[in-house]
Design a protein around this ligand. Structure first.
Ligand SMILES: Nc1ncnc2c1ncn2[C@@H]1O[C@H](COP(=O)(O)OP(=O)(O)OP(=O)(O)O)[C@@H](O)[C@H]1O
Length: 340
């Protein structure tokens, strides 16, 4: 057993569950930012929190971390009531954008900082830093550098290692990769999934990137104006969003009627000559635009009724072309009814 695993630090080792009970909070007395939120997160779950800017995602994370105190409600971590527990005694790992690394400490010293202030020897701290540095993909050379001499991605790896090295039962991540470019984000997304698997820790990730949210999560919480608007598996949220606002957070939406929608990959294109009668469940439109997006071909089709639909095809499709008239036919089983 290594020093980290052998630790007696609060929450060290096993993942813990979190219960949020009727939690409310407002920066001003007359305006709730988090409103009567109840949620149970089982130990080891990867939960993502998604919602439009200003809906209260970071505020909720700060309440869980203990940097803000709830106006109403309770928080239970591993069966322990932590509602009034100071942040440093909650045993929660944090990777927040605003939690900068200590500039005067090397990457290795940053990673082992939590253990160093708990009295671990220098040698133990070095070993912990090497072990966690390796787990997050930092080289020995990078571990010896100061944060200012590391790239943004490397700094976030240090922040991740620093949070996870203490083996918290739960780790809160607030947009950790928001500042990074797309290829790096994708790489770190995969690494985050690997680290979640490796540590078994409960993860709560705030993100405005719907792809992160859907790819990483066991379950997704959608917050709208401080309230839980939907909770479900990624497939639930993507294919069966409760309303139009939620649907648009997670990708393109084709509206069939005021309360029915279909996703772009669930629409079949039909040559006009092969359109069947009667015409219920199919429409005709003209291709206005074709774009290659990663591995797919996206078409924008102006339906005769005036609506614009997005239809997804494999990247190597060559039909139809811009200006052509086509039939569009949503797969009946993929048509989803929204609450209005
Ligand atoms: N310290 C503060 N004092 C007063 N209002 C605040 C404070 N911090 C945040 N707010 C307000 O609370 C609301 C929720 O903010 P929060 O940062 O939780 O949203 P968010 O969903 O994380 O947004 P984003 O995705 O833009 O980061 C916003 O309207 C914001 O302006």
């Amino acid at each position: 057993m290594n020093a980290a695993e052998n630790s007696a630090g609060r929450g060290a080792g096993a993942a813990v569950d979190l219960r949020i009970e009727q939690l409310s909070f407002g920066y001003a007395a007359d305006h709730l930012i988090v409103a009567d939120l109840t949620l149970e997160i089982p130990a080891g779950e990867f939960l993502t929190l998604v919602g439009p800017s200003g809906c209260g995602k970071s505020t909720l994370l700060r309440l869980i971390a203990g940097h803000l105190s709830a106006t109403r409600g309770r928080l239970w971590l591993g069966g322990r009531d932590i509602t009034r527990t100071p942040p440093e005694q909650r045993g929660i790992g944090l990777v927040f954008q605003q939690h900068a690394l200590f500039p005067h400490l090397t990457a290795a010293q940053n990673i082992a900082f939590g253990w160093s202030i708990r009295g671990r020897s220098r040698r133990e701290c070095q070993r912990i830093a090497a072990e966690w540095g390796d787990r997050v993909g930092l080289s020995t050379d990078q571990l010896a550098r100061y944060p200012a001499d590391l790239s943004g991605g490397q700094q976030q790896r240090v922040a991740l290692a620093r949070a996870l090295a203490l083996q918290p039962g739960i780790c809160l991540l607030d947009e950790p990769f928001a500042q990074l470019d797309r290829p790096l984000r994708e790489q770190l997304r995969e690494e985050l999934a690997r680290l979640h698997h490796l540590t078994g820790c409960t993860f709560i990730l705030v993100t405005h990137d719907s792809e992160d949210a859907l790819r990483l999560a066991d379950r997704v919480v959608v917050l709208l104006a401080g309230r839980m608007a939907q909770l479900g598996t990624p497939i639930d949220i993507y294919q069966r969003p409760r309303n139009h606002t939620i649907a648009t957070l997670f990708g393109r939406v084709n509206r069939i009627s005021s309360c029915e929608m279909v996703r772009p990959e669930q629409v079949t294109l039909v040559p006009l000559g092969e359109m069947t009668a009667p015409t219920v469940g199919q429409w005709v439109g003209v291709v206005e635009r074709v774009r290659l997006l990663g591995g797919v071909r996206m078409l924008e089709i102006r339906i005769d009724s005036g609506d614009c639909w997005t239809v997804q095809q494999p990247a190597d499709a060559s039909w139809p072309i811009v200006g052509e008239r086509v039939g569009v036919r949503p797969r009946p089983e993929a048509i989803h009814r929204l609450e209005v």
